[in-house]
Design a protein around this ligand. Structure first.
Ligand code: PLP
Length: 385
């Protein structure tokens, strides 16, 4: 038999996040590896989905989503960022931000294209591109501010560069790009005529009075930016698979067609649940969730400091990268496994977020857990002494 798997198969391995989740289950530990938030799903979101199922919204929707959801997304985007979008041409509802990013890569990039990505990066961005024959080129963000210089971008660009990927607030560093940094990126994208893919799934979680700035709102950026986000994180519905892409109508149609090809549509009644949440939840809800993550960030980072795993305190999102060099092991994976065996707390080895060796000194912890779960994790970590 010569029925071999595709040449692309070896490019897609089980993610380190899933590996550590399995390791964690093996020892019945506390899983701070996976980026899921245990907070309760807001009542309007559940009610909206339930009512939609009973009312018969159970069949395929249009490939770019139900009009009510697209209108709710456009209204929310106007409310939070001032972006002015046509819900009937510039909004594509997708199966998660993951589905939006995949469809956008399929629709707008070709094999052999190069794409600039900041590291530490979100692994799915990389694997998605690599599996499509697109080459990520890394620009390293330097702690403590996770900054970069314009020259870093210029050094990385070639004649094959077609796009730059931004993630703000970022996973795993919690980097929130400020206006000045975004202006540098905007000028650079303009000078080299690049697409800008921005993943803003953590847009509502920004700490210490910072502001999330949607990159598409910078001068000249709306026409080259594909804004990607979703409801997974803000409504704690990672399993519902609801996200979206916002961009120029020609690109939106292309993204919608590729999304149709892979997913057909986002789950119909859940689209109504998300729309209901977007329509009914006010600023207090969004502020409340962000404040709760900030409080947990502070408590968790204090614990990490106390046990000598110095954290990089994030400005947004709900992860912290910590220095794990005090743990025995030659690699971040060995150190993460040691921590799991010793304390029962699972984290993700930093090597999952870097192309080079820097990640071997780091681990990522997700602190978006119910308080009793986080307390349990912090108590276990203190055992490390
Ligand atoms: N983008 C980033 C940066 C993430 O961290 C995650 C999940 O961890 C996702 C996208 C996934 O989003 P979705 O559930 O909408 O596919």
């Amino acid at each position: 038999m010569s029925l071999n798997v595709s040449k692309r198969r070896p490019l897609v391995a089980q993610s380190e996040i899933r590996n550590m989740t399995l390791e964690c289950a093996r020892v019945s530990g506390v899983n701070l590896a996976q980026g899921v938030c245990d907070l309760p799903v807001p009542e309007p979101v559940i009610r909206g989905a339930e009512e939609a199922m009973r009312a018969g919204t159970n069949i395929y929707t249009r490939f770019d989503g139900l009009p009510r959801l697209r209108a709710a997304i456009a209204a929310k985007q106007r409310r939070f960022t001032g972006m002015d979008l046509d819900p009937d041409g510039q909004v594509v509802a997708t199966c998660g931000a993951t589905g939006a990013f995949y469809a956008a890569c399929l629709a707008l990039l070709d094999e052999g294209d190069e794409v600039l990505v900041f590291e530490p990066y979100y692994g799915y961005h990389i694997v998605t591109m690599v599996s499509l024959g697109i080459k990520p080129v890394y620009v390293t963000l330097e702690p403590p501010e996770w900054g970069f210089a314009a020259q870093d971008l210029e050094r990385a660009v070639t004649a094959k560069t077609r796009a730059i990927v931004l993630n703000t607030p970022s996973n795993p560093a919690g980097k929130v790009f400020d206006r000045e940094e975004l202006s540098v990126i905007a000028d650079f994208a303009e000078a080299h005529d690049l697409f800008v893919f921005t993943d803003e799934i953590y847009e509502h979680f920004v700490f210490d009075g910072r502001e999330h700035i949607a990159p598409a709102t910078l001068p000249g950026m709306a026409r080259r930016t594909i804004t990607i986000s979703g409801l997974s994180k803000v409504f704690a519905i990672t399993g519902w698979r609801l996200g979206y892409a916002l961009c120029d109508p020609e690109w939106a149609l292309a993204i919608g067609h590729f999304s149709d090809l892979v997913y057909v549509c986002a789950p119909a009644p859940l689209q109504i649940g998300a729309a209901t949440g977007l329509e009914e939840l006010g600023p207090d809800y969004y502020r409340g969730v962000s404040d709760e993550h900030q409080m947990k960030r502070d408590r968790f980072c204090d614990t990490l400091r106390a046990i000598g795993l110095t954290p990089h305190v994030p400005a947004g999102a709900y992860y912290t990268l910590a220095d794990v060099t005090r743990l025995p092991g030659a690699t971040a994976k060995e150190r993460a496994l040691y921590l799991l065996e010793k304390t029962g707390v699972a984290c993700v080895p930093g090597s999952a977020f870097y192309s080079g060796p820097v990640g071997e000194t780091l681990a990522r912890f997700c602190f978006a857990k119910e308080m009793d779960v986080l307390e349990d994790a912090m108590q276990r970590l203190r055992r490390l002494g």
